[in-house]
Design a protein around this ligand. Sequence first.
Ligand code: AMP
Length: 466
Amino acid sequence: MCGIIGVTGVPDAARVAYLGLYSLQHRGQESGGMVAVDGEGVARSHRGMGLVSDIFNERVLSDLPGDVAIGHTRYSTAGTSVLANAQPMLARYREGPLALAHNGNLTNAVQLRSDLVAKGSLFQSSSDSEVLVHLIARSEAREPEDQLLDALERVEGAYSLLITVGRTLYAIVDPRGFRPLVLGRLGRGWVVASETCALDITGATPVRELEPGDFVRIHGEEVDQLPRLPARPPRRCVFELVYFSRPDSTVFHRSVDRVRRALGHELAREHPAPGADCVFSVPDSSNAMALGFSEESGTKLEHALIRNHYVGRTFIHPAQAGRMAKVKIKFNPVREVLQGKKVVVVDDSIVRGTTSRALVQLIRQAGAAEVHFRVASPPITGPCYYGIDTPTKGELIGSSHDVMQIREHLGVDTLGYLSLDGMLRAAGGDPADFCHACFSGDYPTEIPEDLERARNAAPLLAAIPS
Ligand code: AMP
């Protein structure tokens, strides 16, 4: 998964984008980068592995002059975690430098890539996003915008894109609108970002969210709405609201915080835990859901798990590398809250079930008398092909175990998952507008067989010069 930001018409755009990337860090922690374009149309790039704070410093930012910049934080879902796959990509294009930052996954990238390779394209990375760069370069259309359209017509799947061609910034959302993108005003310039929390940190005022199929050109102070991409039924990713986006963001015209509270309300109605002494969250993604559960049920809200925010990429010796060790580094229980208590634990989702199982052991060891686990989304039964990092179907506990078996595996007294209807009710609006394929198996696009294999393709080059 990824976070993207674009800034235009603002002096020192790279510094603004850098701030924005900080608040998009939750969308990707493996690598990051930025391309800035100066007044002469010269593009400069810097990319690195790790967190935004590892990648950028004063010197790096002063080497990125200009009033146009795009930035990216990456967590690999297509292609491996190597520098070659870090974004934005920067290419020498016939119309000037072309930079591209992509959030989402292209479902037909493998087929397109092998066609392109057969025609002589030389790929620099194993990322699906590079396919777009080659398709744009090979288009026979005359105008850059038509070349972009040519390329977009050939790709399937999820893409929220920021592309600079020379000094012009394009912001594009695929026709189903899987991933969010929002436009904001900053002084006389513009900021486009994955989430509103990135506008907040830069001081930009949200203007509007891009709709499915939007194709927007921003040049200087001008924003032009170009003809929309061919319409498809919208399929907003419901998992953005459940887990991925930050609660202080507005995503798909909804406050993420309010949706998460509503998920907690629904959960308390569907799976009450009468007689429980308290309810608490697995921090931080389910804080608002536990609050909602408490509001609806009247069960006292507590903080029983304290999360260490400074864990980062802690090295764990292989001998200690059990799940329990990892969980203990990240969470510590508050014994005074748990001792002898019947507790409700609220989490947003269960993926493999390994973290949850270790957490339950931790909670029991701290003295809880009964553990009632509540999950604010249905069982995840299939992988996401549209940009969320979920493991293969075989690793998803919900794909092979029923609720009773998962209850036993976790070692809890009761287990309740929110229903699909309950989740969509909490999300609000028309339920048909959401993609919930990872829960329901209802994939809105065709999934080519090779996609699964391609996810773990070896990079062609260890690194390319940035
Ligand atoms: P587990 O018990 O191992 O399935 O882990 C469950 C935890 O994983 C929950 O607390 C979720 O917040 C979190 N989670 C959900 N989706 C993802 C994801 N795509 N990547 C990493 N963690 C996730």
